[in-house]
Design a protein around this ligand. Structure first.
Ligand code: MEV
Length: 433
């Protein structure tokens, strides 16, 4: 039986048997959410409840020759299935190659208003001369950061709009934390120091979500592996290249193209306990960094090969952390990180970008082929069959019948299943064709 045909308990048993998760992890997965009310109450204001989101497993994603089971938390029914389909195609073609910048620094700004050109020159000199003092301020403000060899990696002065604003930008190394709180705390301490040093009150001190470091992912696909029941792989590949080109020329398509990528990335980020708004904000800032909104990935035919090879490339910031208050308090993210099995933040970022790329591949293949609705219909019908209690071969049979059914509900799938098994159906519950 395929992994998706098993019940959730059977899937956990399988993962435990195969050594992907421990017995305790299997138990914790069954108990999720791991968040207790007292902890939830301590996390946000006015807490009155806890919401559940399903965690699915993207199985068999190969990145840099290592195979991963990637936990994805999402409410959108097609996301995990599409990611699995994209990952399978990538795996058959040698997997995804990903690389993250070795250094990750968070930007934070201390901004001043109306600074004349003469003042700018003078201030810049003073900031440069007092860099060492700024480091001392940092050591006092965030001592834990200093203990982990983190902190200010660079300081630069930037005029904005001819000096209408002028800012001191800090580049802060926050280790494996996403770093927003650290960056804010540190920049606020430096703002106080700079006020004394420059004799001018700053307007604000705040981190910037514009992360400059990107993670790059690439994959090369033999078009034959894109073949569908009704269309050759090469024809699908040609349409994927055309769809990619369309998104480069039309920002209203680029945003949907990128939404498909974020379907995968955000689901990974959510399971990882990351601030998904920061992931989104950085990604969309990056997509528009040159003044026009562009796709985060591109697909084209590789040059200089006799046989056509489809190549996909994605570059994006990956504003996530592996440690921090929310990750610890929520509990489930630490479990998901164990299942993922990445060694560090950088490896995690590389895997998440690879998920974005295969998610994008699956979406484009669907659009180029049978269309998104048909794929969703199939998926929903299989889900209904499973929810109705169908087992093994019954799942496919019930699902196929549900695909053409005018009323796609669990009850109707149950009635189909009962019919197939020769069981009685209550008279007032006859099938609604
Ligand atoms: C749906 O959630 C995402 C897609 O619209 C992405 C795309 O159009 O590329 C299918």
């Amino acid at each position: 039986m395929k992994f998706y045909e098993l019940t959730p308990q059977e899937r956990r048993d399988f993962l435990e048997r195969e050594g992907y998760i421990t017995h305790n992890d299997a138990r914790l997965l069954r108990l999720t959410p791991l968040l207790r009310e007292y902890a939830a109450d301590g996390m946000i204001e006015n807490q009155v409840g806890i919401m559940g989101i399903p965690i699915g497993l993207l199985r068999g994603l190969v990145v840099n020759d290592k195979e991963y089971n990637v936990p994805m938390a999402t409410e959108e029914p097609s996301v995990v299935a599409a990611a699995c389909a994209g990952a399978k195609i990538a795996r058959e073609n040698g997997g995804v190659v990903s690389a993250m910048w070795p250094v990750r620094v968070i930007p934070a700004d201390i901004v001043f208003q109306k600074v004349s050109p003469a003042q700018q020159e003078e201030f810049e000199k003073r900031v440069e001369e007092h860099n060492k003092d700024m480091v001392r301020v940092m050591q006092k403000a965030v001592p834990t950061l200093t203990h982990h060899n983190g902190g200010i990696e660079g300081v630069m002065c930037v005029p904005i709009h001819k000096g209408e604003f002028w800012k001191v930008r800090l580049w802060i190394w926050t280790g494996e934390a996403m770093g927003a709180n650290i960056a804010n705390k540190l920049s606020e301490a430096e703002a106080k120091y700079l006020e004394g040093l420059l004799g001018i009150k700053p307007l604000a001190a705040i981190l910037s979500n514009a992360e400059l470091q990107t993670v790059g992912s690439g994959v090369e696909i033999d078009p034959e592996s894109l073949e569908t029941k009704t269309e050759s792989g090469l024809s699908i590949a040609r349409k994927i290249v055309a769809l990619s080109r369309w998104s480069e020329l039309d920002d209203t398509r680029a945003v949907t193209h990128n939404k498909g990528i974020m379907n995968g990335v955000v689901a990974c980020g959510m399971a990882n306990g990351s601030d998904t708004r920061a992931i989104e904000a950085a990604a969309h800032w990056y997509a528009a960094r040159n003044g026009a909104y562009k796709p985060l990935s591109t697909w084209y035919f590789k040059k200089g090969t006799r046989k056509k090879i489809l190549k996909g490339k994605l570059f994006m910031p990956m504003a996530i952390g592996r440690v921090g208050f929310s990750i610890k308090t929520l509990g489930t993210p630490e479990l998901c990180q164990r299942i993922l099995g990445a060694e560090d933040l950088w490896e995690t970022q590389e895997v998440f970008a690879a998920v974005g790329l295969v998610q994008n591949l699956a979406a484009l293949r669907s659009i180029a082929g049978e269309g998104i609705t048909q794929g969703h219909l199939k998926l929903r019908s299989y889900n209904l069959a499973r929810a109705a209690g169908a087992q093994g071969e019954e799942i496919r049979e019930v699902a196929e019948q549900m695909m053409s059914h005018p009323k796609r509900t669990v009850r109707q799938a149950e009635i189909k299943l009962a019919r197939m098994r020769g069981n009685d159906i209550p008279e007032d519950e006859e099938e609604d064709e």
